[in-house]
Design a protein around this ligand. Structure first.
Ligand code: C2E
Ligand code: CA
Ligand code: CA
Length: 636
């Protein structure tokens, strides 16, 4: 059973072993495969017939003929072995070419073989000759065969038992060889045409006539192989990305877009000249393989590419100019395989999407950063479902007397692969990736449930008046057209009063005239939830907008509070913010209070609430409730 199994496995692996090749840019993969099939067939036929012929030759004392047949077999087999070793189809093709010419010479000099029929073996291979010898070789060989047979007959150069001794047979034999050889040459020619047509279809970009992605990748692999075998000075890839090309197709039509593309391809090709190999890698990306590795040369080339592509294009009455950016990867510094070089080059385009006209070099650190961000986003997508998100409550106290008045709800994420990741990192990523809305809804629902528990577990006198829990919103939440419905739905599912919840928004949304944002804000106000401006003073605020927004609370960013100390005992900015809030009749919350000094300063100037490590760090629900109870018990 064991033996049968291993024979089975070996048989299954055999095709992979026999046909394993390096990619060759000059041959289509299907051509490589049929070429190898043709070669293996010829090797098998040769192994079956040549030994018999050699014995016949030796018996008739045709030593030269026997020697050339032996040489033919030897060259063929060593070609095969070096192909298995190198994976280069070219190796086996050249060794066969050499072997076949030796064979023709041998048969010709040896009088056409012992019986004069030696050429028939070569005529038998005309059908596949093109695959191995190419067009020229496959047309020359029939001519040579006919010539050799003609010379044999004209000079009556043949052995004693040759059929050619019969003059009538000799003439007919020559005619047959002539017909077969002419058709053989024609066959080679049309096979060449057919392959060329399919090759063109498969490997050329139809619009621009440049090499397409497959051809370029094969060319790149070949370059790397060359680099390994012979020590070339190195090479690089320069990529060019057209920006916003879809607009041109939309507003000028796809025919116009195609004409523009082929003009751009022409410009790129002209710049590459004899140095570079240009290709259209994808719809709006062109890649050039260039022989330089010095950054100043590459930068110069990249800049010229961008400039030439950005030059205005006119056709008929319409003129357009496209924007583009370039990026560079150098072999082997930025990738030791074609796939890696291209992936890194494409990665640079992603970082650079906002910098038209720029020539970027692949940056390993930037790549790692992007890869990390990507991994974070991938994990974050499953965070809610995998129950990896939790909430913390950071108590908010009246600065005046230190009594608790609620908390800010802060989100935490612990991922099984990436560990703890702070909201400062993952919230912006969730915003970019477009799923902050789901996260916010989860936060609001979970926070409401937790706050209900706080209300259940604490007595009314502890909760007192104005116990408020604040939830952070992203501008993207407010911009979500379904958000007003969601807000309205909150109160349907809870007994909490609307005033028990506050939404913290950033200054930016004040100025945003997006109607969806304005509708969400209006809905929050209508349902009598509280509104707070978060991180006040860090963005561009406008007094008139602040007034119009009708907020209840203004949160002084912790960066201003952090600046207060015994050495630095004054903050005109905080003073101004507090004064302004008072005149607008708005409560204030100072964030990030860490010292008594800061607390006293804020108290003296009438700041309403404070939160910070001086009072408490963000706490889990259990600890938060315990903290509240302990505070109530100790009476402060
Ligand atoms: P933020 O809204 O300004 O939140 C206050 C941040 O200051 C919190 O960081 C909090 O842990 C930290 N902090 C509190 N007291 C102190 C202190 O005394 N000293 C110092 N140095 N820091 C203090 P955290 O929790 O890492 O949150 C960072 C930011 O992430 C938040 O800034 C907020 O913008 C965002 N964020 C957190 N949770 C959510 C959420 O549920 N939704 C949204 N959209 N954003 C959230
Ligand atoms: Ca906040
Ligand atoms: Ca804040």
């Amino acid at each position: 059973m064991g033996i049968i199994d291993s024979v089975g496995t070996a048989c299954r692996r055999l095709p992979a072993t026999l046909f394993s090749t390096h990619r060759d840019a000059e041959l289509a993969p299907v051509q490589v495969r049929v070429t190898l099939i043709a070669l293996y067939s010829i090797v098998i036929v040769s192994l079956l017939t040549a030994p018999y012929n050699i014995v016949m030759d030796l018996r008739e004392e045709e030593y030269f003929l026997a020697f050339t047949q032996l040489l033919y077999l030897g060259i063929l087999i060593s070609g095969l072995i070096s192909f298995w070793y190198s994976g280069q189809v070219r190796v086996i093709r050249s060794s066969f070419t050499f072997a076949v010419f030796i064979l023709i010479a041998g048969i010709g000099v040896g009088g056409g073989g012992v019986r004069g029929l030696g050429y028939l073996y070569i005529i038998g291979s005309y059908g596949v000759l093109f695959l191995i010898l190419g067009r020229l070789g496959a047309m020359i060989v029939p001519a040579l065969v006919f010539l050799a047979a003609l010379l044999n007959i004209v000079f009556a150069n043949y052995g004693p038992i040759s059929y050619l001794n019969d003059p009538e047979f000799a003439v007919r034999y020559l005619i047959v060889i002539g017909v077969a050889s002419s058709l053989g040459a024609v066959t080679a020619y049309y096979q060449h045409q057919v392959f060329r047509y399919f090759y063109h279809l498969a490997y050329t970009d139809e619009t621009t006539g440049l090499a397409n992605r497959s051809r370029f990748e094969a060319r790149l692999d070949r370059q790397i192989l060359k680099q390994h075998r012979l020590e070339f000075p190195g090479f690089s890839l320069v990529g060019l990305k057209l920006l916003d090309f879809a607009r041109i197709n939309t507003f000028h039509g796809s025919e116009y877009g195609d004409a523009l593309l082929s003009e751009l391809a022409y410009r790129i090709q002209t710049l590459c000249g004899n140095h570079g190999v240009p290709s259209r890698y994808s719809g709006t990306v062109f890649l050039c393989l260039v022989p330089w590795t010095e950054p100043y040369e590459l930068e110069d080339f990249g800049r010229k590419l961008v400039e030439s592509v950005q030059r205005t294009f006119s056709r008929g009455t319409q003129s357009v100019s496209v924007q583009a950016l370039a990026s560079v990867t150098i072999y082997p510094k930025d990738g030791d395989s074609g796939a890696k070089l291209i992936a890194n080059l494409m990665g640079s385009f992603v970082h650079l999407r906002d910098y038209p006209g720029f020539v970027a070099f692949f940056d390993e650190n930037l790549y790692r950063l992007e890869a990390h961000r990507y991994a974070v986003v991938q994990q974050l997508r499953g965070a809610i479902e995998n129950q990896e998100l939790t909430l913390r409550f950071q108590p908010k106290l009246l600065v005046e007397d230190g009594s608790c008045r609620g908390a800010e709800v802060l989100l935490r994420w612990k991922n099984s692969i990436l560990g703890d990741i702070g909201p400062d990192v993952f919230i912006p990523l969730a915003e970019q990736a477009g799923f902050i809305n789901d996260i916010t809804r989860w936060v609001i629902r979970t926070a409401v449930t937790a706050v209900e528990r706080v209300y259940r577990e604490l007595t009314a006198d502890v909760l007192g008046h104005g116990f408020v829990h604040a939830i952070n919103l992203s501008p993207l939440d407010l911009g979500d057209p379904d958000f007003p419905d969601f807000i309205a739905g909150i109160l349907e599912n809870t007994d909490l009063p609307a005033g028990a919840l506050e939404f913290e928004i950033t200054e930016g949304v004040m100025m945003d005239d997006n109607p969806a944002i304005q509708r969400s804000l209006e809905c929050i106000r209508q349902h009598r939830f509280r509104l707070a401006i978060d991180d006040f003073g860090t963005g561009y605020s406008s007094l008139s907008y602040l007034h119009r927004l009708r907020i209840q609370n203004l949160k002084i960013d912790k960066s201003f509070v952090a600046g207060l100390s015994e050495e630095n005992p004054d903050s005109p900015v905080i003073d101004a913010m507090l004064a302004m809030a008072r005149s607008l009749n708005v409560e204030t919350t100072a964030e990030g209070i860490e010292t008594e000094f800061q607390k006293d300063y804020l108290n003296e100037r009438g700041c309403t609430f404070g939160q910070g490590w001086l009072y408490a760090k963000p706490l889990e629900t259990e600890s938060y409730i315990a903290w509240l109870k302990e505070k109530a018990r100790s009476g402060n």
